[in-house]
Ligand binder design. Sequence first.
Ligand code: FMN
Length: 324
Amino acid sequence: MDRTEFEAIVAQAMLAPSAHNTQPARWRLDGACIEVHADLSRRLPVGDPDDRDLEVSCGAAVEGTVLAMAARGVGADVTLSEGPVEAGLRMIARIALKTTADTGDVELANEVSNRLTHRAGFAPSPQETLRDWRADHMTLVQDASQIEWLAGQIDIASARVMRSRDFRSELLHWVRLREGDPNYHTDGLNREVLVMDAATARFAPTILGGRLYDMLSFLGLGPHLSGEAARSCGAGAVALFHWPENESMVAAGRAFYRSWLQATARGLVGWPAAALADDPLTRAAVSDRFSIPADRVLFNALRLGVANGATPSRKRLSVREVIV
Ligand SMILES: Cc1cc2nc3c(=O)[nH]c(=O)nc-3n(C[C@H](O)[C@H](O)[C@H](O)COP(=O)(O)O)c2cc1C
């Protein structure tokens, strides 16, 4: 594989989703193999102390690489690796080239540039859009009253994780509220993707960073501050993602990304709600209510529906920055 082709593959692979848009995956060309590494400087030590979301994000990037190769007619043989940490990089996978690509991968690759996170809300979504869509790693919730319950749980879980001042300050580190921020268009979550008006953006650092949030949270207003319930209720479905407890979260991330792309192929946008999996009490309540087996762990949830309006533009680092 020559350098130009490698860079074209990385450009498409890096469109994969990542927690807080940290974009932790890094790519290296090693002879006839593409290596994917995790840049440990992009960890979220407070919000993701076990690196679950880091690994899910890198897994999505691995799957993105496989699909980008398939789009060029090249097959992929993936070996997940628990490689050593070197210069702040942890080896995640080695991807060897094969002569033929899977036809399913070629079709799914067409959806990569259409997929994105849409937080503005959903238009009514016809139930039949998701007919016959199932996977072992996913429990699909389509009943309106169950979606309403999950919407409430998302806000309760977010309020619980947001109670930690360290969590809020880590979040603020990845939030770009001013268009003048040098990273506004490259990584993290900016005002546009968060659908945040200018007035809220002006006060957000003061509220999130200081004691006012602690006080409002103490008064039981936490779930209202998260304020996603009305928009979550508009989702046509919520997909709950679970994975065998002792198995690789990188593999889970590959499956998560594939499912999201399959939903995209059905004309839907997605909006993850990782808080459901992050907060132990909510995770237990959701797992119990939807009979997720005890040997599987809920690792993310995706609100799905028809976009209610314009979707935001994509924010990414440059290809050069993610090649090591
Ligand atoms: C593991 C993981 C967890 C995520 N959790 C959330 C979440 O809880 N809330 C949210 O709004 N977006 C969440 N996202 C979406 C990311 O913020 C999004 O993928 C990133 O900003 C890049 O934007 P894009 O998906 O439009 O390409 C998550 C994504 C991943 C991969």
